[in-house]
Design a protein around this ligand. Structure first.
Ligand code: GAR
Length: 196
């Protein structure tokens, strides 16, 4: 199977990006990371890209907080196209993707979210699950559409909520699940894309 050319977008720690890059390096994921882009200048995700010798870039996001400036989104599309990217993986990218990207990569943008969607979209989903008194939460990989943390589900993994769980401990266990689920789910999408 040929390698699918991947672009990764993130705003923070980059632990999911690391899991993807490790999975590629080990040969478990038949993909090639072409570029890592962040809207946060000093985000650790860019250091992780450098550690794995993946081309990386900071993209100034513009004046909005929850989405990119339209011109910045056009610029991301240009960067992804320049890198010849076929599939875009959002890995902790904390902005809503709008039409410039969705039109450029139709059904080619995937995201990971720390809840069992459609439950608890939005910020700090693990805290939302705790406050709601759930006994089970988890993580979801899904195709991205115009709504927040919404779109066809590709894969989900359950994580039990334990008695006396704290937000920190629960989030850590969800992240461990994410690091297994995301590379596997991307592999599933890559297999479909690489069929001639
Ligand atoms: C992950 O838990 C991911 O599910 C979440 O951000 C974290 C990024 O961590 N994404 C969302 O909440 C999207 N709505 P990372 O930078 O260590 O991969």
């Amino acid at each position: 199977m040929r390698s699918v050319r991947l672009g990764i977008l993130g705003s923070g720690k980059g632990t999911n990006c690391r899991a993807i890059l490790e999975s590629i390096k080990s040969g478990a994921l038949a993909a090639e990371a072409r570029v890592v882009i962040s809207d946060v200048f000093d985000a650790p995700i860019l250091d992780i890209a450098r550690e794995f010798s993946v081309p990386n870039a900071y993209l100034p996001p513009g004046r909005f907080r929850t989405r990119l400036e339209p011109q910045a989104e056009v610029e991301v599309v240009r960067m992804l196209r320049d890198a010849d990217v076929e599939l875009v993986a959002l890995a902790g990218f904390m902005r809503v993707v709008k039409s410039a990207m969705l039109d450029a990569f139709p059904r080619r943008i995937v995201n990971i979210h720390p809840s069992l969607l459609p439950k608890f979209p939005g910020l700090e989903a693990w805290k939302q699950a705790l406050v709601a008194g759930e006994r089970v939460t988890g993580c979801t990989v899904h195709y991205v559409d115009e709504k927040i943390d919404h779109g066809d589900v590709i894969a989900q993994r359950e994580v039990p909520i334990l008695p006396n769980d704290t937000a920190e401990r629960l989030h850590a266990r969800i992240q461990t699940a994410e690091h297994e689920l995301y590379p596997t789910a991307i592999g599933q999408v890559c297999r479909q894309l690489s069929i001639p």
